[in-house]
Design a protein around this ligand. Structure first.
Ligand code: SF4
Length: 411
C-alpha cells in the first residue's frame, strides 16, 4: 500500500529574470530572488523594482511563487526605507519575504501584518524552542540552519506544529556557522552579512615573514596541501525519500550567483527525484542518471553536509579549491522550425563543427547529437560559433524543446 506523503515544494534560486524563467521551466515550484536593496547577494544580478514586479506576475501566471530576500543584518538607518520597501513588495504581491533580523520581523508585523515572513537560515534556528519562538512572533516558515542533522530536523517538525520547514538540499556550503563570517569584511573590506562576500574562504594562503616581503612560504596541512576553509558542496538527492517522509515543506537549492545552466540542471534532477518518489513511494528507485546530471555542472565534490552528523574531515576538499567541470554549457534552444527542420540556438560558449553535444530538455530528457552543419544568423555556413550570444541555426530531424540547455560532451 502506498504511504501517505506530502509533496514538498522545490525552491530554486532566481538570480535574475533569465535564471528564474529557467528554474520554472525545469520544474521549480517557487524561486527566491532579491531586489536591488536589502538582500544578501549584492552581486547576483538581482531585480530592479520593475523587474521584480514582472517576475512576480510571470510566476503567478504559471501558478508559481516568488519569495523576496530582505535578509541583511539591519542597522537603524536601514529602517528609514524598509517599511515603504516591504509595503511595496506587498503591493506587487511577493509571496513572502525572507528575513533574518528580529528587528525586521517586528517591523513587518507592525507595518505590513499580512506579509508572509520566512526566516532566513542566517537566523541559525537549531532547536524547537527557537522555532516556537519564531512561530509565536508571526513567522510562517523557517529555513533551518544547515548545521542540523536529518534526525534533528525530523524531531523539530514533530514538535513544532503549524510551522513550515524549509531545508537546503543542494549547493555550496559556507565553512562558517550558517554564514556568520567576517573573513570578507577583514580581507576585502566587503561585508558578507550585507551581501558582498568575496569568498576568501576559497582563496589560497601562504605565510609571509615581516622582514622578507614578497617571500611566500607555503602552508601545508598535509601531503595534499591546505584546505582549512574549503568546504565541499551539499548534495542530498539520494536522501529525497527520507526528507519527504520527514514532512519538510520546501526543499531549497542554493546558488543565486550560479549560472543558468546550474539552475536548470539541478532543478531538473531534483524535480525528477521528487516526482518519482511521490508518484510511487513503495516502488521508488534512485535513477543514477540524476546524479550524472549533477556531475555535468561546475561544482565542488559533493557530500551530505550535516545530514548524518558532523564529520570534521568529510566536508572538506583535500586537494584543490577549484570546481569540478567536465561538460561545457554551450547554448540554449530558442525554437524549432518544424517546416525547415532547423533549430535556432543562442550561443553561450564556443562550439564547433564535429562536436558531440547533448540537449537537456525541460522535461528532463536528453538528446545526443553531433554538430555536422551550422549557420550563422545570415544563414551562412560556419565552422564554429565563437561569439557570445550569437544566433546559430542547426539542421535537426526531430524537434528539440524550446529552452533546452545544450552541453558539449567532453572527448
Ligand atoms: S568567506 Fe566563505 S565562509 Fe565566509 S561568508 Fe563568504 S563564503 Fe561564507
Amino acid at each position: 500500500m502506498n504511504k501517505i506523503i506530502k509533496k514538498p515544494e522545490l525552491l530554486a534560486p532566481g538570480g535574475n529574470m533569465e535564471k528564474m524563467k529557467i528554474a520554472f521551466q525545469y520544474g521549480a515550484d517557487a524561486v527566491y530572488a532579491a531586489g536591488t536593496r536589502f538582500g544578501l547577494r549584492a552581486y547576483a544580478g538581482n531585480f530592479t523594482e520593475t523587474e521584480l514586479q514582472e517576475a512576480i506576475e510571470y510566476a503567478h501566471n504559471l501558478g508559481k511563487k516568488v519569495y523576496v530576500t530582505v535578509n541583511i543584518f539591519t542597522r537603524d538607518h536601514d529602517y528609514e526605507h524598509l517599511p515603504e520597501y516591504i509595503l511595496h513588495l506587498k503591493k506587487i504581491q511577493a509571496d513572502a519575504v525572507i528575513v533574518s533580523d528580529p528587528g525586521l520581523v517586528y517591523m513587518i508585523r507592525k507595518h505590513v501584518p499580512d506579509m508572509e515572513i520566512h526566516l532566513s537560515t542566517q537566523a541559525n534556528t537549531t532547536n524547537s524552542y527557537a522555532a516556537q519562538f519564531w512561530a509565536e512572533s508571526g513567522v510562517k516558515r523557517i529555513i533551518l540552519a544547515r548545521e542540523l542533522t536529518g534526525s534533528e530536523t525530523r524531531e523539530m517538525i514533530v514538535r513544532v506544529k503549524d510551522m513550515d520547514i524549509e531545508m537546503f538540499v543542494h549547493g555550496a556550503m559556507c565553512m562558517s556557522y550558517s554564514g556568520r563570517c567576517l573573513l570578507s569584511n577583514y580581507l576585502a573590506n566587503r561585508d558578507s552579512n550585507r551581501g558582498m562576500c568575496t569568498q576568501p574562504c576559497r582563496w589560497k594562503y601562504h605565510l609571509t615573514e615581516e622582514q622578507r616581503p614578497g617571500e611566500y612560504m607555503p602552508v601545508f596541512e598535509d601531503q595534499h596541501g591546505t584546505y582549512i576553509f574549503n568546504s565541499k558542496d551539499l548534495c542530498l538527492i539520494r536522501q529525497i525519500p527520507e526528507i519527504i517522509q520527514m514532512g519538510v515543506t520546501s526543499l531549497k537549492i542554493e546558488g543565486r550567483m550560479k549560472s543558468a545552466h546550474y539552475v536548470g540542471t539541478v532543478t531538473s534532477a531534483y524535480r525528477q527525484a521528487i516526482d518519482a518518489y511521490c508518484k510511487d513511494p513503495d516502488n521508488y528507485e534512485f535513477d543514477p542518471m540524476w546524479m550524472e546530471m549533477l556531475e555535468r555542472i561546475s561544482h565542488r565534490p559533493y557530500y551530505t553536509g550535516f545530514f548524518y552528523g558532523m564529520d570534521p574531515k568529510g566536508g572538506q576538499i583535500h586537494s584543490s579549491s577549484t570546481y569540478v567541470k567536465e561538460y561545457d554549457f554551450i547554448g540554449l534552444v530558442m525554437g524549432y522550425d518544424s517546416d525547415k527542420k532547423t533549430l535556432k540556438i543562442e550561443q553561450r560558449n564556443k562550439f564547433s563543427k564535429g562536436d558531440e553535444i547533448e540537449f537537456h530538455q525541460p522535461d528532463g530528457t536528453l538528446i545526443h547529437h553531433e554538430v555536422k552543419v551550422m549557420y550563422n544568423e545570415n544563414m551562412e555556413r560556419v565552422e564554429s560559433a565563437p561569439h557570445p550570444q550569437m544566433t546559430v541555426y542547426m539542421p535537426m530531424d526531430k524537434p528539440v524543446q524550446k529552452g533546452s540547455m545544450i552541453r558539449k560532451i567532453p572527448v
